[in-house]
Design a protein around this ligand. Structure first.
Ligand code: BDP
Length: 697
């Protein structure tokens, strides 16, 4: 097995289950045909052929017998309307999968109001069987709690992927629009199976050429392939496109020629892709052009693009990832400072896309204060599935707990219960549309994501986008069963290992809320000493503020006062360094090396302990994995084994490099009982990685 099948791995069922499943799946009954229902039928046929090792016949309506699986909407298959399934409450994309007796026959209904709901229902049915559910007793109903569930590809037109660790871009722009690589179809299947319904094809650092006719034709072909799977195409656009393409003199949003250009361009895009989703824009951020170049606000820029898209029903997603202040303000505060005054001035079809934390996808961050403070503009949560700051392809870090920690956080914006999840779902501050997005980790690697466990992060994102209240552990369990085996001991062991993995990584990379301690450019290894980069907030020393007296970023009133951007209740959680959840200590506080932790140890001792605990846990993961040999095929077992060894070695590197540096600045030896780093600090400072494609210097 090479991982290509992802979690859509349909294996022959064990003899003990075969008969039960066979009895319940004797025929598929479909009504009217259309592309989405054809896709649903193909998936069921393919899956059950593999699981039962025989063909299950497909019937079009007609007499219903025991073991029939009735698949459709009340329109496509009229018998669905007679089954009393209360479909209207399931909305546009929800589904119900239920075992029932119809006219004396035992049948299973996979029903929804729309064809795409039916397809989602088929995947839910398959998941039920794959994860060992009883085929005769099914009652699953589900409807997404968030409307736009988007992948953001940071794919460049030259085939490289910014922050991609799984090969090159899966979009072969060279052979599109003619050649349809089978991968495009399997990509759409995988996304539909977890409810992802939109994809932004190209990097937010967008090349203007994406809007030229040649590329629109290619994007349109992908949209055609994805349409039956309910997957809409979006594009990232460069704010300066009209002038960069040489078609206008400026890209000033107040210029009528620029406005007209975007109107025409939007019409052209919709001629190519009638159900096009909209544009995603990174503007005036990290060197990208934007309205600020013409002394216009983010709202001026966003609204101009929104006006161009509105006649076609398109939406404009504007990223809130900005920081550029030269006033010496804390980077963590800049996005809210910039956007707060604009809240309420955006057009109805503008959404603001906000990274989960106030800095930048760090292994641990508190939630971005934009959640709770920006109330009149719909907010799209942006997570990062590709593990730029979390060990990239090789380190095992299951992101479910990271997403869950953010989503469950109570902002108290409207009293208790105003969690980030409630805000994203549009409950706390109602908006006509809701959204959640994540930067994809998908590439041309045979297993798509540069390692089997990385597939879990794509999977958990889709599931949590559909239902932000699902737990990371429950989703991990499904994933493990579908990806490996349902053997209970294996499942519980591996789920536990996954659930602990992000905290393990935090411990050996950036314990106690340290953040951005990464080496320059590739962001892979440690670089706590880096201090010479052009902008202060690019330097790890800006974040650790370590000197001979102490360490940490003071974000209280006598520091940057970033804490004031949170509600009083959240401030109360973090304000007292002696009372807060210590996992956030150095995010909010600058404390002395002798600061007493709740354990009774000093911070310096605690730091050494956490680094050591992280390294020890990576060794434990190897042992755990070694005991699983009997349950995993050779190819995937070996790859995971090797990656765990890499992780262990590099956890040691992180630990040694960070402790060597902090020991030097603190001018104190390592606390007693903790081993000296293997090398002197100079050695770690000299380790340089080559820059892989997509990893800017
Ligand atoms: C940073 C990445 C950079 C992205 C940027 C963004 O290092 O490559 O362009 O985020 O989100 O974390 O725009």
């Amino acid at each position: 097995e090479d991982g290509y099948d992802l979690w859509l791995r349909y294996l022959p069922l064990a003899q003990t289950r075969l008969k039960d499943v066979e009895d319940c799946v004797r025929a598929f009954v479909f009504g009217a045909e259309n592309p989405t229902l054809t896709v649903a039928r193909d998936e069921l046929e393919r899956a059950f052929f593999a699981m039962l090792v025989k063909c299950v016949p497909v019937r079009e309506g007609g007499g219903i017998s025991d073991g029939a699986v009735l698949v459709g909407t009340p329109d496509s298959l009229p018998v669905i309307a007679d089954l009393d399934l209360s479909l209207p409450e399931l909305g546009k994309e929800g589904y119900r999968v239920r075992s029932l007796i119809h006219e004396g026959k035992r049948v299973t209904a996979i029903a929804a109001n729309t064809d795409i709901g039916v397809l989602y229902g088929c995947f839910a049915f398959l998941r039920h069987i794959q994860t060992g559910g009883d085929p005769a007793r099914i009652d699953i109903s589900s409807a997404p709690k968030v409307e736009l569930r988007l992948l953001n590809h940071w794919d460049n037109l030259d085939g490289s992927v910014e922050r991609g660790y799984a090969g090159f871009s899966i979009w072969d722009w060279w052979t599109l629009p003619d050649y349809v690589n089978r991968r495009y179809i399997d990509y759409a299947r995988a996304n539909a199976s977890i409810g992802i319904n939109g994809t932004v094809l190209n990097n937010v650092n967008a090349a203007p050429e994406i809007l030229t006719e040649a590329y629109l034709a290619k994007a349109a072909r992908l949209a055609d392939i994805f349409r039956p799977y309910g997957l809409k195409v979006f594009l990232s656009v460069n704010f300066a496109s009209p002038s960069a393409l040489g078609e206008t003199a400026t890209s000033d949003p107040a210029d009528p020629a620029v406005q007209a250009w975007w109107k025409d361009k939007a019409s052209e895009v919709y001629r190519w892709i009638p159900d096009f989703g909209g544009f995603l824009v990174k503007a005036n951020s990290e060197g990208q052009p934007g309205p600020g170049d013409y002394d216009r606000s983010h709202a001026d820029g966003a609204n101009m693009l929104a006006d161009a898209l509105a006649p076609h029903g398109g939406i404009l997603i504007w990223r809130a990832f900005v920081y550029a202040s030269d006033a010496g303000t804390d980077r963590a505060t800049e996005a809210l400072n910039e956007f707060k005054p604009l809240d309420g001035t955006f057009r109805n079809n503008v959404l603001l896309q906000v990274k989960n934390g106030p800095i930048d996808f760090q292994p641990r961050e508190p939630f971005s204060p934009i959640f709770g403070q920006i109330t009149k503009t719909p907010l799209v949560m942006e997570f990062q599935i590709t593990k730029e700051y979390l060990g990239q392809a090789t380190h095992l870090a299951y992101l479910g707990p990271v997403f869950e920690e953010v989503l469950k956080f109570d902002t108290h914006a409207r009293g208790p219960g105003s969690t980030v999840s409630e805000i994203v779902k549009g409950k706390t501050f109602p908006h006509p549309v809701t959204g959640i997005a994540a930067v994809a980790n998908i590439g041309t690697d045979r297993d798509w994501t540069g390692g089997t466990f990385n597939q879990a992060n794509w999977y958990v994102f889709g599931r949590m986008a559909w239902d932000p209240d699902e737990t990371a552990a429950a989703i991990a369990e499904d994933w493990v069963k579908m990806t490996f085996t349902c053997e209970p001991g294996f499942v519980s062991t591996v789920v536990e290992m996954m659930m602990r993995s992000p905290e393990t990584l935090v411990n050996y990379m950036m314990p106690f809320g340290l953040h951005h301690q990464v080496a320059t450019g590739h962001h892979y290894g440690p670089g706590p000493w880096v201090s010479e980069l052009d902008r202060p907030e690019w330097n790890p020393t800006y974040y650790n503020r370590a000197d001979k007296d102490g360490i940490g970023f003071n974000r209280l009133a006598d520091g940057s006062n970033a804490i004031a951007q949170y509600s009083p209740e959240v401030q109360a959680l973090f304000a007292d360094p002696h009372a807060l959840d210590e996992r956030y200590l150095l995010w909010f506080h600058h404390v002395s090396w002798d600061f007493p932790l709740s354990s009774g140890k000093t911070l310096w001792q605690g730091l050494a302990e956490r680094y050591d605990a992280g390294v020890a846990e990576t060794a434990r993961m190897i042992d755990i994995w070694d005991q699983q040999r009997a349950h995993v095929d050779g190819q995937r077992f070996a790859q995971i084994r090797t990656f765990l060894e890499i992780q262990h070695r590099e956890a040691q590197w992180w630990r040694d490099a960070c402790l060597a540096y902090f020991s030097a600045v603190a001018q104190r030896p390592l606390p007693e009982g903790h081993k000296q780093p293997a090398h002197a600090l100079a050695h770690y400072r000299e380790i340089h990685h080559c820059h892989a494609p997509g990893n800017p210097a």
